[in-house]
Design a protein around this ligand. Structure first.
Ligand code: GDP
Length: 530
């Protein structure tokens, strides 16, 4: 049996996050290609025009050119095992991203060199801060005209409060990208496009003299700026990085593969390996304790032919062995793991063993929900992943009443997967549940999947509520009598939610009846997040 702590130390489990269009999919492919995990760029996402995932309901994604689904890609790189956990690109699925971030030890934030900090960049930095996830920043698209490097650093610092510590510095302005200075080693690296393809860039290490001779003024300016950075103390500090006080910054371009290898090296050198995880009482579960894992994503029917449901589990402690019988902490029931897989996009391979940091896809995971804990032998429950506060609400009804059984089954399943939150009340009845979403595109996914997978066409009537607060049984009757307010029960955990048409309504109810319970929904994140 292999040494669990030793295996864990080799793991690097991370996510690539960014504002849409900053290059997340391109970078994911480039990283995978570089590490030779997949043969051909384009196998990763089901994007328009690309080879990719073909399951039915992903038609929505393809049409929109976005990626909603999450999976994990595992590859070896320089003696390390990398687990790249995929995140959805669109802000409407930020709750999924939030759940994925519960499963990683580090995040790579992509910033578009021309656009700098964008709205979703800010939110994601904020989420990382709340989850205390160290962030490596990659300024992407340096091969195209963009902003000044020092100016971008200022903006990162100002908007995130993190101290940027460049570990590479670009030679050449955006659009005239020649290479980088590796500030940790002092080397200069020249980048050249490889003819005919985006598989790998040509990287040549240059001495200072060669750089001076070949890159001239661009080299001169870059080395002066790099010296300036050292003078102001913008140097990498591992402790500050891990404490989420600073962020190492790299410059590159994912499309021509400039700086992708350096990013992999930075992950190997700097990203923290899996650490013992605190349980819901704050006690840590040692890495070499018996197996424990956190479900961070549940997804059904990725492949139409299979018609199954996969729970993605991040291994937190111990060794996972396919076939072992685990306990589902929420119900105390046994869970068989005969069908453990490593899943990425369309590709599935059977997974026989896994260590802390790895992601296991468990097939036939009907009972599992995001946030659930699985363990072997000694019981543990990890803190659940808090739900985002919904801001969009709609009543769902089945169009053909002959399909009400399929309707109920479908709604229950999508609820369990965390695709949408389902709220019910006696007043509305079971035939008319209220669906609550963070972003309206979640409704489209529900509508599409209900028809495609359950054969139940649904109608959705939007309600004009925009915010939700947690309340209790004692406050519910008084709230239900208020105009512009309604109390509903969240199906998956029985929580009572008071939903309001707007902030002013909520505030006036609060002012009139200060004794009522009205609490923000998400505990460890801020309201300003969305
Ligand atoms: P995502 O929405 O963040 O996943 O972004 P994509 O990876 O789909 O990239 C958005 C667009 O930017 C695509 O047209 C990419 O080809 C392009 N792109 C991504 N990275 C680079 C880069 O480094 N340089 C250039 N010139 N284009 C890039």
């Amino acid at each position: 049996m292999r040494d669990v702590v030793g295996e864990a130390t080799q793991r690097r489990t991370f996510a690539v996050i960014s504002h849409p269009d900053a290059g997340k999919s391109t970078m994911t492919e480039a990283l995978a290609l570089h590490a030779s995990a997949i043969q051909q760029a384009g196998a990763v996402h089901g994007k328009a025009g690309r080879r990719g995932v073909t399951s039915d309901w992903m038609a929505i994604e393809r049409a929109r050119g976005i990626s909603i689904t999450s999976a994990a890609l595992r590859f070896d790189y320089r003696g390390h095992v990398f687990n790249l956990v995929d995140t959805p690109g669109h802000a409407d699925f930020s709750e999924d991203t939030y759940r994925v971030l519960a499963a990683v030890d580090c995040a790579v934030m992509l910033i578009d060199a021309a656009k700098g900090m964008e709205p979703q960049t800010m939110k994601l930095f904020e989420v990382c801060r709340h989850r205390r996830i160290p962030v490596i920043t990659f300024v992407n698209k340096w091969d195209r005209p963009g902003r000044d490097a020092l100016e971008l650093l200022d903006e990162i610092e100002e908007r995130t409060g993190l101290r940027p510590t460049p570990i590479t510095w670009p030679i050449g302005i955006p659009g005239e990208f020649r290479g980088v200075i590796d500030r940790l080693s002092g080397r200069a690296i020249r980048y050249e496009r490889t003819p005919g393809g985006a598989t790998r860039a040509l990287e040549t290490e240059l001495t200072a003299e060669q750089a001076q001779a070949e890159l001239g003024a661009a080299w001169q300016q870059a080395s002066e700026e790099a010296a300036l950075l050292s003078a102001i103390g913008a140097d990498h500090d591992q402790k500050a990085f891990e404490a989420h006080e600073s962020t190492p910054v790299l410059f590159g371009a994912a499309l021509p593969n400039f700086g992708v290898a350096r990013l992999l090296d930075a992950l190997a050198e700097l990203a923290p390996p899996p650490a013992p995880r605190p349980d819901e009482d704050g006690a840590v579960r040692a890495l070499d304790a018996p197996f424990s894992g956190l479900v961070f994503k549940v997804q059904a029917n990725m492949d139409r032919a299979h018609r199954d449901r996969i729970a993605f589990v991040r291994v937190c402690s111990g060794r996972f062995e396919r076939g072992m019988v685990l306990t589902h902490a929420a119900t105390g029931r046994p869970f068989a793991t005969k069908y453990a897989q490593s899943v990425f996009g369309q590709d599935r391979t059977t997974l026989d063993e896994a260590y802390p940091g790895d992601v296991v896809g468990l097939v036939n995971a009907t009972a599992l929900r995001p946030g659930d804990t699985l363990y072997e032998r000694s019981p543990v429950t990890f803190p659940t992943i808090p739900s985002f506060a919904p801001e969009h609400f709609a009543v769902a009804r089945v169009r053909d009443s002959g399909k009400s059984k399929q309707f109920r089954r479908g709604i229950d399943q999508l609820d369990a997967e965390g695709v949408i939150q389902v709220l019910r009340s006696d007043r509305r009845g079971d035939q008319a549940p209220v669906l609550a979403a963070v972003g309206p595109m979640q409704f489209e996914v529900v509508q599409h999947r209900m028809l495609a997978e359950f054969g139940a066409e649904i109608s959705l009537d939007r309600l004009d509520y925009t915010l939700a607060r947690r309340t209790d049984a004692a406050s519910a009757p008084a709230l239900d009598r208020e105009r512009g307010c309604e109390v509903l029960t969240r199906s998956h955990d029985g929580a009572l939610l008071a939903v309001f048409t707007d902030r002013w309504r909520m505030r006036s109810v609060k002012a009139d009846q200060p004794g009522l319970t009205l609490e923000p929904l998400i505990a460890d994140t801020t309201e300003e997040l969305r």
